[in-house]
Design a protein around this ligand. Sequence first.
Ligand SMILES: C[S@@+](CC[C@H](N)C(=O)[O-])C[C@H]1O[C@@H](n2cnc3c(N)ncnc32)[C@H](O)[C@@H]1O
Length: 244
Amino acid sequence: MIFTSPPFPLNRKKKYGNFQGEEYLQWLAAFGPIFRDLLTDDGSIVIELGNSWVSGTPTMSTLGLKALMHFQEANELHLCQEFICHNPARLPGPAQWVTVERIRLKDSYTRLWWLSTSPRPRANNRNVLTPYSSSMKRLLRRGTFNAGRRPSEHVINETAFAKDLGGAIPPSVLSIPNSHSADSYQTYCRKHGTTFHPARMPSALPDFFIRFLTVPRDIVLDPFGGSNTTGGCCRGAEPPVGDD
Ligand SMILES: C[S@@+](CC[C@H](N)C(=O)[O-])C[C@H]1O[C@@H](n2cnc3c(N)ncnc32)[C@H](O)[C@@H]1O
């Protein structure tokens, strides 16, 4: 799997540099052939992109979406599924529109596109089950379900959801707070006087896709590794604390 969060097409340049406009579309798509060469037939590419805004106006840029579409089309990839990563701990922004003029809501998610060269790459949602809700646990104890036709026209039979399958299948909206406070990466940086990476992702994000789309001993690459959050997850641990 290639799991990565490339520099976003931001208006404001980060220290590590990022292209804008048409140049960004071409820059991102040009990595496609390299990624395709590295992938196995059942491998996946997962790309995370955050939102950006049109400079000086309270309107969103469509560049991120265009960049994902161009990446997919130019490299003849299948879109297996789109995910939203919601950060409930996100600070209100863009400040001018959200906290000063109060005319927009806080921008609190990033988008992930799960792409592949074949329509059926390796994936197993049994590896990412979440604990059942308390109402589902009650239902499992009862052993019967409120069966019948739903307004959506789905017909649910009495035993459809009455079997304990080990957990709930997660939705494609992942809710992951990005609020590292004193994790081992920060402890390491403080100890060594190193500046924190400005765009670090929460380790729960790569961890989810590693469990969902790979099996132990598969190879995972994050070409825009930054602080190496992805690598840390692959080790089954956070980045090392210590001198090595
Ligand atoms: C959005 S950040 C990714 C952060 C990373 N996911 C983490 O948790 O630390 C993008 C990263 O890509 C790096 N980068 C930018 N251009 C690159 C290039 N051409 N090759 C490799 N890395 C690049 C930047 O230095 C930055 O660390």
